[in-house]
Design a protein around this ligand. Structure first.
Ligand SMILES: C[S@@+](CC[C@H](N)C(=O)[O-])C[C@H]1O[C@@H](n2cnc3c(N)ncnc32)[C@H](O)[C@@H]1O
Length: 219
Protein backbone atom coordinates (compact mmCIF):
# COMPACT_ATOMS: atom_id res chain seq x y z
CA UNK A 1 0.00 0.00 0.00
CA UNK A 2 1.35 3.39 -0.95
CA UNK A 3 1.84 5.82 1.90
CA UNK A 4 1.88 9.57 1.46
CA UNK A 5 3.42 11.45 4.31
CA UNK A 6 1.91 14.86 4.85
CA UNK A 7 2.38 17.09 7.82
CA UNK A 8 -1.17 18.24 8.45
CA UNK A 9 -1.18 18.48 12.19
CA UNK A 10 0.51 21.84 12.63
CA UNK A 11 -1.75 23.87 10.38
CA UNK A 12 -4.83 21.66 10.18
CA UNK A 13 -7.12 24.30 8.83
CA UNK A 14 -4.94 25.56 6.02
CA UNK A 15 -7.04 25.29 2.85
CA UNK A 16 -4.05 24.42 0.67
CA UNK A 17 -3.28 21.37 2.83
CA UNK A 18 -6.85 20.18 2.46
CA UNK A 19 -6.71 20.78 -1.28
CA UNK A 20 -3.51 18.78 -1.56
CA UNK A 21 -5.00 15.93 0.48
CA UNK A 22 -8.06 15.90 -1.75
CA UNK A 23 -5.92 15.80 -4.90
CA UNK A 24 -3.80 12.96 -3.63
CA UNK A 25 -6.61 10.82 -2.33
CA UNK A 26 -8.75 11.26 -5.44
CA UNK A 27 -5.89 10.63 -7.89
CA UNK A 28 -4.41 7.74 -5.93
CA UNK A 29 -7.09 5.45 -4.54
CA UNK A 30 -4.45 3.40 -2.76
CA UNK A 31 -3.17 6.40 -0.79
CA UNK A 32 -3.19 6.48 2.95
CA UNK A 33 -2.72 9.73 4.82
CA UNK A 34 -0.16 10.09 7.52
CA UNK A 35 0.47 13.12 9.69
CA UNK A 36 3.37 11.89 11.79
CA UNK A 37 4.07 8.27 10.88
CA UNK A 38 6.41 7.57 13.82
CA UNK A 39 3.78 8.74 16.31
CA UNK A 40 1.22 6.68 14.41
CA UNK A 41 3.34 3.55 14.77
CA UNK A 42 3.59 4.08 18.51
CA UNK A 43 -0.13 4.62 18.77
CA UNK A 44 -0.77 1.39 16.86
CA UNK A 45 1.51 -0.46 19.24
CA UNK A 46 -0.20 1.01 22.32
CA UNK A 47 -3.61 0.01 20.96
CA UNK A 48 -2.31 -3.53 20.48
CA UNK A 49 -0.63 -3.67 23.89
CA UNK A 50 -3.89 -2.99 25.71
CA UNK A 51 -5.92 -5.10 23.25
CA UNK A 52 -8.03 -2.02 22.66
CA UNK A 53 -11.57 -2.76 21.59
CA UNK A 54 -13.53 0.28 22.74
CA UNK A 55 -11.87 3.64 22.18
CA UNK A 56 -12.55 7.37 22.11
CA UNK A 57 -11.01 9.93 19.79
CA UNK A 58 -11.28 13.64 20.50
CA UNK A 59 -10.40 15.60 17.34
CA UNK A 60 -10.75 13.80 14.02
CA UNK A 61 -10.05 16.34 11.26
CA UNK A 62 -9.51 14.25 8.08
CA UNK A 63 -9.36 11.00 10.04
CA UNK A 64 -5.76 9.82 9.91
CA UNK A 65 -5.52 8.69 13.54
CA UNK A 66 -9.12 7.48 13.32
CA UNK A 67 -8.30 5.24 10.35
CA UNK A 68 -5.24 3.93 12.17
CA UNK A 69 -7.34 3.11 15.24
CA UNK A 70 -10.16 1.53 13.25
CA UNK A 71 -7.68 -0.65 11.35
CA UNK A 72 -6.00 -1.76 14.58
CA UNK A 73 -8.97 -2.66 16.80
CA UNK A 74 -10.81 -5.95 16.19
CA UNK A 75 -13.81 -6.42 13.86
CA UNK A 76 -16.26 -5.91 16.72
CA UNK A 77 -14.36 -2.93 18.14
CA UNK A 78 -15.77 0.61 18.31
CA UNK A 79 -14.32 4.13 18.17
CA UNK A 80 -16.43 7.02 19.36
CA UNK A 81 -14.94 9.79 17.22
CA UNK A 82 -15.79 13.37 18.16
CA UNK A 83 -15.22 16.53 16.16
CA UNK A 84 -17.02 19.86 15.93
CA UNK A 85 -16.74 19.65 12.17
CA UNK A 86 -17.74 16.71 10.02
CA UNK A 87 -16.70 18.27 6.69
CA UNK A 88 -13.00 17.35 6.49
CA UNK A 89 -13.69 13.82 7.73
CA UNK A 90 -16.45 13.18 5.22
CA UNK A 91 -14.63 14.76 2.31
CA UNK A 92 -11.14 13.36 2.76
CA UNK A 93 -11.04 10.53 5.26
CA UNK A 94 -14.36 8.74 4.93
CA UNK A 95 -13.86 7.52 1.34
CA UNK A 96 -10.59 5.86 2.42
CA UNK A 97 -12.16 4.51 5.59
CA UNK A 98 -14.96 2.97 3.51
CA UNK A 99 -12.43 1.50 1.09
CA UNK A 100 -10.55 0.03 4.04
CA UNK A 101 -13.73 -1.71 5.22
CA UNK A 102 -13.68 -0.28 8.74
CA UNK A 103 -16.53 2.25 8.65
CA UNK A 104 -18.71 -0.02 10.79
CA UNK A 105 -16.30 0.42 13.70
CA UNK A 106 -16.73 4.21 13.76
CA UNK A 107 -19.39 6.11 15.66
CA UNK A 108 -18.80 9.71 14.55
CA UNK A 109 -20.31 12.44 16.75
CA UNK A 110 -20.34 15.94 15.29
CA UNK A 111 -20.18 18.03 18.45
CA UNK A 112 -18.06 19.85 20.95
CA UNK A 113 -16.24 17.08 22.80
CA UNK A 114 -17.14 18.01 26.38
CA UNK A 115 -20.92 17.47 26.07
CA UNK A 116 -20.32 14.09 24.40
CA UNK A 117 -18.00 12.95 27.18
CA UNK A 118 -20.46 14.24 29.80
CA UNK A 119 -23.30 12.38 28.11
CA UNK A 120 -21.25 9.16 28.09
CA UNK A 121 -20.70 9.63 31.82
CA UNK A 122 -24.46 9.87 32.38
CA UNK A 123 -24.52 6.11 31.80
CA UNK A 124 -22.92 4.25 34.66
CA UNK A 125 -22.07 1.33 32.36
CA UNK A 126 -19.61 3.56 30.47
CA UNK A 127 -17.47 4.14 33.56
CA UNK A 128 -14.26 2.20 32.99
CA UNK A 129 -15.85 0.92 29.78
CA UNK A 130 -13.15 2.08 27.34
CA UNK A 131 -9.63 0.78 26.73
CA UNK A 132 -8.00 3.70 24.98
CA UNK A 133 -8.46 7.39 24.15
CA UNK A 134 -6.61 9.71 21.80
CA UNK A 135 -6.93 13.46 22.39
CA UNK A 136 -5.94 15.80 19.57
CA UNK A 137 -8.24 18.82 19.67
CA UNK A 138 -8.46 22.22 21.42
CA UNK A 139 -5.48 22.35 23.76
CA UNK A 140 -7.16 24.58 26.35
CA UNK A 141 -9.61 21.79 27.17
CA UNK A 142 -7.15 18.90 27.54
CA UNK A 143 -7.38 18.90 31.33
CA UNK A 144 -11.19 18.94 31.17
CA UNK A 145 -10.99 15.96 28.82
CA UNK A 146 -8.55 14.25 31.18
CA UNK A 147 -10.89 14.50 34.16
CA UNK A 148 -13.69 12.87 32.17
CA UNK A 149 -11.56 10.31 30.37
CA UNK A 150 -10.09 9.19 33.70
CA UNK A 151 -13.57 7.93 34.55
CA UNK A 152 -14.33 6.47 31.12
CA UNK A 153 -11.05 4.61 30.60
CA UNK A 154 -10.61 1.38 32.56
CA UNK A 155 -7.83 0.86 35.09
CA UNK A 156 -4.85 -0.23 32.98
CA UNK A 157 -6.22 1.63 29.95
CA UNK A 158 -4.39 4.37 28.09
CA UNK A 159 -5.02 8.03 27.25
CA UNK A 160 -2.73 9.66 24.69
CA UNK A 161 -2.41 13.44 24.37
CA UNK A 162 -1.04 14.88 21.15
CA UNK A 163 1.00 18.08 20.66
CA UNK A 164 2.41 18.23 24.18
CA UNK A 165 5.64 19.80 22.86
CA UNK A 166 3.61 22.39 20.96
CA UNK A 167 6.27 22.94 18.32
CA UNK A 168 9.01 22.92 20.97
CA UNK A 169 7.65 26.10 22.54
CA UNK A 170 7.13 24.43 25.94
CA UNK A 171 10.93 24.35 26.31
CA UNK A 172 11.43 27.99 25.32
CA UNK A 173 10.69 31.29 27.00
CA UNK A 174 7.36 32.88 26.18
CA UNK A 175 9.13 35.86 24.64
CA UNK A 176 10.59 33.69 21.88
CA UNK A 177 7.19 32.11 21.11
CA UNK A 178 5.15 33.55 18.28
CA UNK A 179 1.92 35.25 19.30
CA UNK A 180 -0.40 32.61 17.80
CA UNK A 181 1.34 29.80 19.66
CA UNK A 182 1.25 31.39 23.14
CA UNK A 183 -2.21 30.15 24.16
CA UNK A 184 -1.35 26.58 23.19
CA UNK A 185 2.04 26.80 24.90
CA UNK A 186 0.43 27.91 28.16
CA UNK A 187 -2.18 25.15 27.94
CA UNK A 188 0.45 22.48 27.24
CA UNK A 189 2.72 23.65 30.07
CA UNK A 190 -0.18 23.55 32.52
CA UNK A 191 -1.28 20.14 31.27
CA UNK A 192 2.22 18.68 31.48
CA UNK A 193 2.58 19.96 35.06
CA UNK A 194 -0.81 18.62 36.13
CA UNK A 195 -0.19 15.24 34.52
CA UNK A 196 3.19 14.99 36.28
CA UNK A 197 1.43 15.56 39.62
CA UNK A 198 -1.47 13.21 38.87
CA UNK A 199 -0.96 10.12 41.06
CA UNK A 200 -3.75 8.28 39.23
CA UNK A 201 -1.62 7.82 36.11
CA UNK A 202 1.74 6.51 35.04
CA UNK A 203 3.03 8.85 32.34
CA UNK A 204 5.60 8.77 29.59
CA UNK A 205 6.44 11.51 27.16
CA UNK A 206 7.46 10.49 23.64
CA UNK A 207 9.38 13.02 21.59
CA UNK A 208 7.70 12.01 18.33
CA UNK A 209 5.79 14.21 15.95
CA UNK A 210 4.76 17.24 18.00
CA UNK A 211 5.21 15.34 21.27
CA UNK A 212 2.78 12.81 22.70
CA UNK A 213 2.10 12.16 26.35
CA UNK A 214 0.96 8.66 27.23
CA UNK A 215 -1.02 8.14 30.46
CA UNK A 216 -1.85 4.72 31.88
CA UNK A 217 -4.64 4.74 34.44
CA UNK A 218 -3.38 3.18 37.67
CA UNK A 219 -6.55 3.28 39.77
C1 LIG B 1 -5.24 18.42 14.85
S1 LIG B 1 -6.86 18.08 14.29
C2 LIG B 1 -7.06 16.35 14.60
C3 LIG B 1 -6.16 15.51 13.72
C4 LIG B 1 -6.45 14.03 13.78
N1 LIG B 1 -6.39 13.49 15.12
C5 LIG B 1 -5.47 13.30 12.90
O1 LIG B 1 -4.54 12.65 13.41
O2 LIG B 1 -5.60 13.38 11.69
C6 LIG B 1 -7.85 18.81 15.54
C7 LIG B 1 -9.36 18.64 15.34
O3 LIG B 1 -9.98 18.95 16.59
C8 LIG B 1 -11.26 19.49 16.32
N2 LIG B 1 -11.70 20.25 17.49
C9 LIG B 1 -11.21 21.43 17.96
N3 LIG B 1 -11.85 21.81 19.06
C10 LIG B 1 -12.77 20.85 19.32
C11 LIG B 1 -13.75 20.67 20.35
N4 LIG B 1 -13.90 21.56 21.33
N5 LIG B 1 -14.51 19.55 20.32
C12 LIG B 1 -14.36 18.64 19.32
N6 LIG B 1 -13.45 18.76 18.32
C13 LIG B 1 -12.68 19.85 18.32
C14 LIG B 1 -11.03 20.36 15.08
O4 LIG B 1 -12.24 20.56 14.38
C15 LIG B 1 -10.00 19.55 14.29
O5 LIG B 1 -10.61 18.78 13.29
Amino acid sequence: MLQYILETSVYPRQPEVLKELRNITSNHPEAVMATAPDAGQLMGMLLNLVNAKKTIEVGVFTGYSLLLTALTIPEDGKVIAIDVDRGSYEEVGLPIIKKSGVEHKIDFRESEALPVLNELLNHKSNEGGFDFAFVDADKENYWNYHERLMRLIKVGGIIVYDNTLWGGTVAKPETSTSEWRRGGRKAMLELNQKLCADQRVQISHAVLGDGITICRRLY
